[in-house]
Design a protein around this ligand. Structure first.
Ligand code: GLU
Length: 279
């Protein structure tokens, strides 16, 4: 039984990230497996080294420790290339020279269905070794695997690493649910195992929007600076997730047994519930 927490280092961790990390950690601790930390730093524009350090620091401060070494996606290009070559041999990939602007918009989109690309280059026979974006033939929106500048797409790299790390249990934010069909398609093309996937609730800010690290919403660091102790942050998350009946400070270890009754149907932690954080 192996789980992972796979943050993208595009900002400081916020309480929603910590809540997903806590759930993935508790799930695996409850069944006695291993939990890995994977840094999804494939996006050269958004990933920053200081955010990697910040995420690791916050997880450790909260008492969420990880097994083995941290896996960095930025060091995994050769594995992604091998998987790509396998799909090329199956005649499943084509090169696309469409505008950088359109490609930039779609690459990092985790929602395959918003990619409106209609397959303009499908039958052009462009060289797969040229300075072009590589796309998958066998999916409605022809999703990108690798951009013209050789940056890898999330939906492709993440399944390769889940297989590499032998991940059996995935806990990720509910906002990533739309990725599952495409990721499962990649898994079946690559003859990979299918992990079980669980969706952690989304945390919304006072404006009712999902809180986001990239938009500078209140971070774990802000809370620590305001005087919250790591255990009080865990206690608050546990209460909002109904892992605990009160929001008393507690360590992640103290919640391992409570996890057994966690209800995965919880979809959202509403703004009213977290409003108190901003006061
Ligand atoms: N790296 C993704 C994110 O931070 C999560 C990926 C996943 O759990 O599959 O949104």
């Amino acid at each position: 039984m192996n789980g992972r927490f796979a943050p993208s280092p595009s900002g400081h961790m916020h309480i929603g990230n910590a809540s997903t990390a806590l759930l993935s950690w508790l799930q695996i601790k409850n069944i006695g497996g291993k939990i890995y930390l994977r840094i999804e730093d494939i996006d050269p524009e958004r990933s920053k080294k200081n955010y990697v350090n910040s995420i690791v620091e916050d997880l450790n401060a909260l008492g969420l420790f990880w097994d083995g070494v941290v896996l960095f996606q930025s060091k995994r290009s050769s594995a992604y290339k091998l998987a790509l070559d396998y799909l090329i041999r199956q005649n499943l990939i084509f090169a696309c020279s469409c505008s950088k602007k359109e490609i930039r918009q779609t690459l990092w989109s985790k929602n395959a269905s918003v990619n409106s690309y209609s397959g303009t280059c499908l039958n052009k026979g462009l060289s797969l070794d040229g300075p072009f974006t590589l796309r998958l033939k066998s999916w409605s929106s022809y999703p990108i695997l690798r951009r013209y500048d050789k940056a890898w797409a999330y939906n492709f790299s993440t399944v390769i690493d889940d297989e590499y790390q032998n991940i059996t249990h995935i806990v990720r934010g509910l906002d990533l649910k739309e990725c599952a069909p495409l990721q499962n398609h990649f898994r079946s093309l690559l003859e990979y195992n299918s992990p079980r996937i669980y969706y952690a609730p989304i945390w919304c800010g006072p404006d009712k929007n999902k809180i986001s690290k990239r938009h500078g919403d209140i971070s774990i660091k802000d809370l620590l600076r305001k005087g919250w102790s790591p255990k009080s942050i865990i206690g608050l998350i546990a209460a909002r997730l109904n892992l605990n009946s009160d929001s008393d400070a507690c360590s992640p270890d103290a919640l391992i047994d409570n996890y057994a009754s966690y209800n995965w149907d919880k979809k959202v932690v509403s703004s009213n519930e977290v409003l108190s954080l901003w006061l």
